[in-house]
Design a protein around this ligand. Structure first.
Ligand code: ADP
Ligand code: MG
Length: 349
């Protein structure tokens, strides 16, 4: 994923920003390592210390609730009690589980929040990363089934039906955290902000170009990470209004063994890194939770099935980048405009 933000750095505005800073002295953007990634929040107006602190406190709370690696998180409690007993979890945790179940059903299980046993087996991004044996893969795969995740809204509980099953919300937690950050920012009355949680981008308001009363409302310009280049290099620009932009790609987390690359988005069909002919999928949607779940689902499904799924989500659009460097757009384009900026890629209709 990791989308590089162009926003304020785009030509015209970069000259004006320093002037603006002298006038209203906002704090510079703040970054923290949380949710296992670098999270940056930029409040373009009203960026007080207290507001930044409130946003990061909430992001850390969500990390503590959703993380598959922190003892005592809701994910951890549900996993320890798999096949034993339902566990009381936070209301927001249930909300995220319901979202995840929605996209699991919609994608026919290609996206699956009970992917935990497979994620642990591969250990990608940990010191135990390995290419598992076929029998290990089969055993872990037999435990992956979102239909075994039971939610009881009235009691506020979640339950995995079989021992050994495990939740992993790595594909939606950042999206939810970005939505929550945006909610807090809006509630504080801040009109313009960008939240970047390791490439899960959420915009608040619109970009303002120009100075003071002469300024104009403009769409945000977001550089989309080039999946074949180092972090920060973008291959195209997406202009969006009030939406979240999230990318899933082969480059985000992976290891190499015997000349082969193994990335972290796994196929629930064979247990191996999803190989649908794609280098990355970027999704723009109103909610970052949806965009995050969708980017992972579409990456697993590939273009044909993925674009069909996207058509059932109002307002969502996607950019598919194929292994042969072709690029295709899908879904709604009424609020986003994509321009290709690198001739290595070809935009197909
Ligand atoms: P990133 O973590 O880079 O933002 P994604 O949003 O695509 O990328 O999420 C990938 C993470 O989701 C993996 O690290 C793993 O925790 C989890 N995951 C991997 N494969 C699947 C899948 N098929 N369905 C749901 N979650 C998955
Ligand atoms: Mg995702």
């Amino acid at each position: 994923m990791n989308v590089f933000l162009k926003t304020a750095f785009s030509a015209g505005i970069c000259l004006l920003l320093p002037l603006f800073s002298v006038w209203s002295a906002p704090l510079s953007p703040q970054s923290e390592f949380v949710l296992n990634t670098v999270c940056t929040v930029n409040l373009f107006e009203g960026g007080t210390r207290g507001r930044y602190a409130a946003v990061f406190t909430r992001i850390r709370e969500i990390d503590r609730m959703m993380s598959a690696y922190q003892e005592g998180s809701d994910t951890d409690l549900v996993n320890r009690n798999a096949g034993i007993a339902p566990v009381k979890v936070h209301r927001e945790f249930l909300f995220v589980l319901e979202k995840a179940l929605h996209y699991a059903a919609l994608s026919g299980g290609a996206f699956d929040p009970t992917i935990g046993p497979l994620v642990r087996l591969w250990g990608i991004g940990t010191e135990e990363e390995q290419v598992p044996r076929a029998d290990e893969l089969e055993q872990a795969l037999s435990l992956v089934d979102y239909r075994d995740l039971k939610i009881d809204r009235e009691r506020g509980t979640a339950f995995l039906a079989r021992r050994g099953q495990a939740l992993d919300l790595g594909a939606v937690a950042k999206g939810y955290a970005a939505d929550e950050a945006a909610r807090i920012i809006r509630k504080a009355g801040v009109k313009r902000a960008v939240v970047d949680l390791g490439g899960n981008i959420m915009m608040v308001g619109s970009r303002r170009s120009g100075f003071f009363i002469f300024g104009k409302e403009k769409p945000w310009r977001i550089g989309i990470q080039d999946p074949l280049e180092e972090r920060g290099a973008y291959f195209g620009i997406l202009q969006v209004r009030g939406q979240s932009v999230v990318t899933s790609g082969v480059y985000e987390r992976y290891f190499e063994k015997n000349g082969r690359r193994y990335h972290h988005i796994l196929s629930t069909a064979n247990g191996c890194p999803a190989a649908a002919g794609l280098l990355s999928v970027t999704v723009a949607a109103d909610s970052s939770t949806d965009a995050d779940a969708l980017s992972t689902a579409l990456f697993c499904l590939g273009y044909e099935k993925g674009s069909a799924l996207l058509d059932s989500v109002p307002g969502a659009g996607a950019i598919f980048v194929f292994e042969d460097h072709s690029v295709k757009l899908a879904g709604a384009r009424d609020r986003s405009v994509f321009t290709l900026e690198n001739s290595r890629y070809r935009l197909l209709e």
